[in-house]
Design a protein around this ligand. Structure first.
Ligand code: CP
Ligand code: NVA
Length: 299
């Protein structure tokens, strides 16, 4: 039984195959092919934070695969009233086939996985967002080919997305330049584990030089709303815009996990430019998570 709590949970080779499988599943779906490998299988979806893409992509994936998904919010579950995580994990996993969790604490998901008898998928914690990376890696592959040996730059907050990019650099074998303001660096242990694939700077211009993919994310993540104003100040100068993109390689592309704030971390021009692969990456949440579900439940 396999869980997917971080990108390190799936061997690099399998991740490569998973990307290829996601591309295949995308073609099948675009051709209207019916494929139902998860008939009668049920997914429980625990959401302690808001979501558009994650909820819709997992629910749609389960429906198209012939299964079913149950949306659970803390407002109307006993988990939300303090029932222990271990007990919830035991009970839910005795009824469903796979459990997806979006919450604050990464330790909560680890604890849940420890007591679950079915695969647990991390659908975003304060520490990581591995599902988004499956979609981003597929999108890069579709637009520019294999990312192995390429250079990626992460501009902005050293947050959950940045941490998953660091893990992706290890697993998909690319170099990652990270530019954050002082005090907003990614977790030191996560950086250390990635070794010399990662370089850190406070200068976004230095980071994008020679880059093939530029990625960013909001300056204030879910749970940090009250820091919005302080962060806007700290991150001014970290916007991905035309001037910054011009310093990257000629055929560089841009991505963002969404939701995006045009005029803050990314200019409207770049979001809506031909260099932007954000819409491909967003759609790929569906296809790459189907590949993930197949990997966890069918193979
Ligand atoms: N990118 C992403 O996870 O989007 P949602 O918050 O809408 O799920
Ligand atoms: N870093 C953002 C990602 C949203 C998909 C957050 O955690 O809110």
């Amino acid at each position: 039984m396999k869980h997917f709590l971080t990108l390190l949970d799936i061997p690099a080779n399998d991740l490569e195959n998973l990307t290829q499988r996601a591309i295949e599943l995308k073609t099948m779906q675009h051709h209207g092919e019916i494929f139902e490998p998860l008939k009668n299988k049920v997914m429980a979806m625990i959401f302690d934070k808001s979501s558009t893409r994650t909820r819709v992509s997992f629910e749609t994936a389960m429906s198209q695969f012939g299964g079913h998904a149950i949306f659970l919010s803390p407002r109307d579950t006993q988990l939300g009233r303090g029932e222990p995580v271990e007990d919830s994990a035991r009970v839910l996993s005795s009824m469903v086939n796979v459990i997806m969790i979006r919450t604050f604490s990464h330790e909560m998901v680890e604890m849940f996985a420890k007591y679950s008898t079915v695969p647990v998928i991390n659908a975003l914690t304060d520490l990581y967002h591995p599902c988004q990376l499956l979609a981003d890696m597929q999108a890069y592959n579709e637009h520019r080919g294999n990312i192995k040996g390429k250079t990626v730059s992460w501009i902005g907050d050293g947050n959950n997305m940045c941490h998953s990019y660091i893990n992706a650099a290890r697993q998909f074998d690319f170099k990652l330049n990270i530019a954050t303001p002082k005090g907003y660096e990614p977790d030191a242990a996560i950086i250390k584990a990635a070794g010399d694939r990662i370089s850190l700077t406070t200068d976004p211009q230095e980071a994008v030089e020679g880059s093939d993919l530029i990625a960013t994310d909001v300056w204030a993540s879910m749970g940090q709303e009250e820091e919005q104003k302080i962060r806007e100040k700290a991150f001014s100068g970290y916007q991905v815009n035309t001037e910054l993109m011009q310093l990257a390689n000629k055929d560089a592309v841009f991505t963002h996990c969404l939701p995006a704030h045009r005029g803050e971390e990314v200019s409207a021009t770049i979001m809506d430019s031909p260099q932007s692969i954000v819409w491909t990456a967003a759609e790929n949440r569906l296809h790459s998570q189907k590949a993930l579900l197949e990997y966890l439940l069918v193979k």
